[in-house]
Design a binder for this molecule. Sequence first.
Ligand SMILES: Nc1nc2c(c(=O)[nH]1)N[C@H]1C(S)=C(S)[C@@H](COP(=O)(O)OP(=O)(O)OC[C@H]3O[C@@H](n4cnc5c(=O)[nH]c(N)nc54)[C@H](O)[C@@H]3O)O[C@H]1N2
Ligand SMILES: Nc1nc2c(c(=O)[nH]1)N[C@H]1C(S)=C(S)[C@@H](COP(=O)(O)OP(=O)(O)OC[C@H]3O[C@@H](n4cnc5c(=O)[nH]c(N)nc54)[C@H](O)[C@@H]3O)O[C@H]1N2
Ligand code: SF4
Ligand SMILES: [Mo]
Length: 734
Amino acid sequence: MTAELVRTPGAFGLGQVPARLQPDAVTTVVCGYCSTGCGLKVHLRAGEAVNLTPDPEYPVNLGMACPKGWEALNALEAADRATRPLLRNRDTGALEPVSWSRAMGEFVSRFKAIQERHGAHSIAFLSTGQMCTEEMALLGAVFKFGMGGLHCDSNTRQCMATAHVAYKQSFGFDAPPFNYADFEESDCLVFVGANPCIAHPIMWQRVLRNPRNPEIIVLDPRRTETAMNATLHLPLTPKSDLTLLYGIAHALIARGAVKRDFVDAHTAGFEEFARFVAQFTPERVCADAGLERAAFDRCVELIATRERVSFWWTMGVNQGHESTRTAQAIINLALMTGNIGRPGTGANSITGQCNAMGSRLYANVTSLFGGRDFAQAAHRQEVAEILGIPAGVIPSAPSWAYDQIVDAIESGAIRGLWVIATNASHSWIHQDRFNELAKKLEFLVVQDLYPTTETARRADLVLPAAGWGEKEGTLINSERRIGLVKKVRRAPGEALGDFSIFKLVAEAWGCGDLFREWRSPEAVFQILQRLSAGRPCDITGIRDYRHLDAEGGIQWPLPEVGSRKSEAGSEELTSHFRLRTSGFTERRLFADGQFFTPDKRARFLFDLPRPVAEPTNSEFPFTLLTGRGTSAQWHTNTRTGKSAILRKLYPADCYVEIHPDDARLLGIAPHSPVTVSSRRSSLTATAFVTPTVSPGQVFIPMHYDAVNRLTFASFDPHSRQPSYKHCAVNLTPQ
Ligand SMILES: Nc1nc2c(c(=O)[nH]1)N[C@H]1C(S)=C(S)[C@@H](COP(=O)(O)OP(=O)(O)OC[C@H]3O[C@@H](n4cnc5c(=O)[nH]c(N)nc54)[C@H](O)[C@@H]3O)O[C@H]1N2
Ligand SMILES: Nc1nc2c(c(=O)[nH]1)N[C@H]1C(S)=C(S)[C@@H](COP(=O)(O)OP(=O)(O)OC[C@H]3O[C@@H](n4cnc5c(=O)[nH]c(N)nc54)[C@H](O)[C@@H]3O)O[C@H]1N2
Ligand code: SF4
Ligand SMILES: [Mo]
């Protein structure tokens, strides 16, 4: 059966580029790196992509792209692409090529054997925000409804779990409210723990198009490229955000800057919040956050007086030990000042990966399809009816989070692991422990473009995946825009699209019948539309992939109106979003102040700040910050490292940013090798002596393989997102 499916030309990814593309045409494909979701015009010759240029008509990027986008085809051409399944020979220990039938045979027999010995829930998967929504949906359905699995998570936990939980609790649904037009329409943009100049450079280009001469406030311990371009930089002590944001709320209340009408009509819990923040006096806050009073006062004044204030946050917030309450402290500021639902406003979480939003809504991992709850019988029943499956196959229990899955490998509760489109051996916090535990696994399957990633090298079975541009499906960007990825290249050798691999798994496992209707990515898109009906993320108004293509992507929600699929951009469709037409279709949520909670009111949520998990001391006197290094490096560098052009744009070897005062005290010369050690491990990096970090802090980009040997595994209690941006380290010159 398996071999037969693989041989079927076209149907499972081995065939030609789909006939719907003209052989020598130009076609727009959404970028598969970051969540900006730029449109890239791919130039085809004889049906194969030969080049690309940014699409001037795509409403996101308006003809711009960052270096990763320009070089996106390069990653597909790498010499080390996985072209055949590889199975570890138990005698020699080497990974050896095998057929897909053999690979699927091993996959099924070894995972099933583990389940028989240790229970159905002793296998798990870790997946990604970097596949198409249709692929994620199929994976989540096959694993949970077909294979009897329960525990699964994705790298979205490392990235967006905090925003997901914060929005859900505050707004009643995981709904980032903004449009990119808000970058251009704001009078004051407040970036908290975000460095868009590097991490979202095309969003930053949208900021630069703002004609209102906006104030730009940046809250970041480092003087980043974004901070250098700000009108006000608050270099707060790492992880003092919660205290500072409560202090700002208190000062806004003290100067009468609360929008009472909005608060009274559309929110709940403000009085308690106002009483709570009274203790966060400017004196206390400035002392705790290490800020000058004048800068604090200026920040409060700008937020109080500008008509349109927008708040933007990214990993400096999401990756922290009290991150959910920190994100909600930002939301609280937007709510109390009425800065939501109007142009140029909002409490706006910028997403990370190209499809982290898809994984939050449709991956069936943390939430049941469509942002539903596994624990609610009514939700399970709805999904069962829509999918035509027995409600009994849908688990009612929640899955363990990523860190709990890792702990369960240690305890022996998890024995088999399937890793898809994430490089956990590099990116997971306290990497050495993860890599030690990986040895305990009875079966580790890695599904990736390259057999050379840190994780794939440890696998028992490597499944060769097709990448972006070699398959079809949709991605959801930061402004909730669903964009199309097209197959413009043939995958090398026997590599298959993830969708096809999941179909093969379902067939080989013996649960293929449950997924008969899940024939193709577009068929799954239609299933997801049905699953979205009546939900805040309703997309029943989208006609088909062609509609997405014609519109330059479509933002959710877009419900079907009456019995007719909507013309996006033509009319006001629901009271939940505002429709604007300024050349492009742009919609933001909450224009009517109606939130997704049962009483339609947004919540003020807050807690006392807590100390960091690993404070500095005399032995480990520096705080290690980590994050993005350059716009040319993507995460663990498996893709960006393949481009000779991108390689010229960043330092080849790991470097550590050190303040000149600290370098002088320790006798560290610029560009000399330094040992950076934490309680867990150490690495060697080149000293980059620079005042962009404050004394007592150092910064190492996450793209170099050893950085997470140092990080300390602590987690936010609500989102279980790792606190990658804080641990104690020591420096020694070599
Ligand atoms: N070039 C490039 N672009 C990317 C990516 C990439 O790998 N490369 N990855 C994408 C993904 S998945 C993500 S999630 C985003 C991440 O995008 P960003 O979050 O913007 O990037 P980071 O550099 O991880 O972190 C942002 C800032 O948080 C600051 N920070 C550290 N600790 C604190 C703190 O306690 N408080 C505050 N306020 N700030 C703090 C850091 O100094 C850093 O400048 O980027 C996306 N875009
Ligand atoms: N210290 C520190 N660590 C961090 C962070 C930090 O700021 N500091 N940030 C965290 C964040 S926000 C994130 S998002 C994670 C990212 O961490 P990872 O997800 O581990 O990083 P990537 O390098 O993007 O890994 C994606 C993998 O999928 C493969 N791949 C790409 N496309 C496809 C596809 O279509 N199919 C398949 N099957 N495989 C594919 C790539 O080759 C690569 O191996 O790192 C986290 N780790
Ligand atoms: S900004 Fe993001 S989406 Fe746009 S080209 Fe760069 S990586 Fe791709
Ligand atoms: Mo991320």
